[in-house]
Write a protein that binds this ligand. Structure first.
Ligand code: 4AD
Ligand code: MG
Length: 432
């Protein structure tokens, strides 16, 4: 007898199999019991007939606690009423690990309660669906960049530099020196792009941001490509092709997860259409002013309501390009057509999900870069290695960073970013 998971059920119709599962729910009447089961792959039903399994097993089934782990044998049957299309006609059942008074019951629980039990909450079908979408975004990301000749470079997590400003750093001791947890691998990736042409990283980054919003995590995963001899517009093309590719793969490979989440696939289809509109920062400010936003003027950074409003004018993600220099990091290249601004773009997702990508062409003039580092109050000594990029064979280069969890939230259609990471680090939450 083969041991299978329910994902293989289609190959075993009318055959006897063994399956390891957990009991999520059950109901029984005089002669028949229905077990709701999950095996880590699928959620499915086991049917137990009293006259087939005998009195003793039937009694055992009636008293199984939620999340008891069991080893089942039985026969796979087609079941047109379930979304999976198959169920198990149970022949025997063995309890592997008992479970009593499981804290998460089918009734509604508050957010704090669920977050305190995140290690158990992960077992729910909704969380499983979100993690499948996360996994597909990661898988298709590797496919996209590997197919295009990028080489993966892993920047260090313990660093002495702070590309995105000094206010949101996690400090730690590095023996006798001060170190920070990486905010972004960008500066290291720029150096690597000069060595290998096209590189990308995909790893954890940290921001000690005192933001408690539906879009902010303290620890999140960023996907960062960096490309030598790419200008700003060439980088935007990579960005839109990449995002459309990820959306396409999520639609094609995560059908059942999307339906569990009740995510409208026709809406997602719109996001695979290129190009994504380019809107300048200045145009965006005008649009906001014309529409009665009196809390923002040229030179200010956008808040969520601003981003959401601008994005709502389009049916797909957009780029807001050329922000004022003063509100962007030191490494961005001045826009030669309007030196008040820089050659940068934020990609804003539709439906209120906000900024999912930040990127720019990088300054590659040694003198300007040196001046910028000082102007931004950074310690020139710590950046000598970085200055070597513009000192030895400098070339135009561009790159960007995409926040994985924001994209997971957007494609899953869920309200809050806390459900996009298996064990999210949020403001004031380190448990579990
Ligand atoms: O815009 P950011 O800060 O850009 C950088 O760090 C660049 N150095 C990247 C680069 O050019 N290589 O961050 C990039 C993206 C944002 O667009 C957002 O999607 C995500 O990272 N992000 C966050 N996601 C969750 N929680 C937070 N606190 C985030 N901060 C940024
Ligand atoms: Mg940004």
């Amino acid at each position: 007898m083969d041991t299978i998971t329910m994902r293989q059920a289609g190959d075993y119709v009318d055959k006897q199999v063994k399956i390891h599962a957990w009991v999520t729910n059950k109901r029984s009447s005089g002669k028949i019991a229905f077990l709701q089961l999950r095996d880590g792959h699928e959620y499915f039903q086991g049917v137990v007939l009293k006259n087939q399994v005998g009195e003793e097993t039937f009694e055992l089934v009636k008293h199984l606690g939620q999340e008891t782990s069991v080893e089942l044998t039985g026969v796979i049957q087609t079941d047109d009423r379930s979304s999976l299309g198959y169920e198990l006609l149970v022949e025997s059942i063995k309890v592997i690990g008992e479970s009593h008074e499981y804290p998460i019951t089918p009734k509604d629980h508050g957010t704090d309660f669920l977050m305190d039990h995140r290690h158990l909450w992960l077992r729910s079908s909704k969380q499983h669906a979100i993690m499948q979408i996360r996994n597909e975004i990661i898988r298709s990301t590797y496919e996209f960049y590997n197919d295009r000749g990028f080489i993966k470079v892993d920047p260090p997590i313990l660093t002495g530099s702070s590309p995105e400003g000094t206010t949101e750093l996690f400090h730690t001791k590095y023996f006798d020196e001060d170190a920070f947890l990486s905010q972004s691998g960008q500066l290291y990736l720029e150096a690597a792009a000069m060595a290998f042409g096209k590189v990308f990283s995909f790893g954890p980054t940290f921001r000690a941001e005192k933001s408690k919003t539906r879009r902010h995590l303290i620890e999140f995963w960023m996907m960062e490509p960096e490309m030598a001899n790419y200008n700003h517009e060439e980088s935007l093309k990579v960005q839109e092709e990449y995002v459309a590719f990820v959306v396409r793969n999520v639609i094609d490979h995560c059908g059942s997860a999307l339906s569990t989440l009740e995510r409208d696939v026709a809406t997602l289809e719109e996001y695979t259409k290129l190009p994504y509109p380019r809107v300048s920062y200045t145009e965006a400010i005008e649009l906001l002013t014309e529409n009665g936003f009196d809390d923002i003027e040229w030179g200010d950074d956008f808040g969520s309501p601003h981003e959401t409003f601008i994005a709502s004018k389009y049916d797909r993600p957009i780029f807001i390009v050329n922000y004022p220099k003063a509100i962007k990091p030191f490494y961005m290249k001045i826009n030669p057509e309007d030196p008040r601004t820089v050659l940068c773009a934020d990609m804003i997702a539709p439906e209120g999900y906000g900024e999912i990508i930040g990127g720019s062409e990088r300054e590659n003039d040694y003198e300007i870069m040196k001046e910028n580092i000082t102007k931004f109050g950074l310690d020139l000594d710590a950046y000598q290695w970085y200055l070597d990029i513009s000192r030895y064979g400098s070339v135009p280069h561009s790159g960007f960073g995409m926040g994985l969890e924001r994209v997971v939230a957007w494609l899953s259609g869920i309200e809050h970013i806390r459900e996009t990471a298996p064990f999210p680090r949020l403001l004031n939450r380190l448990y579990p």
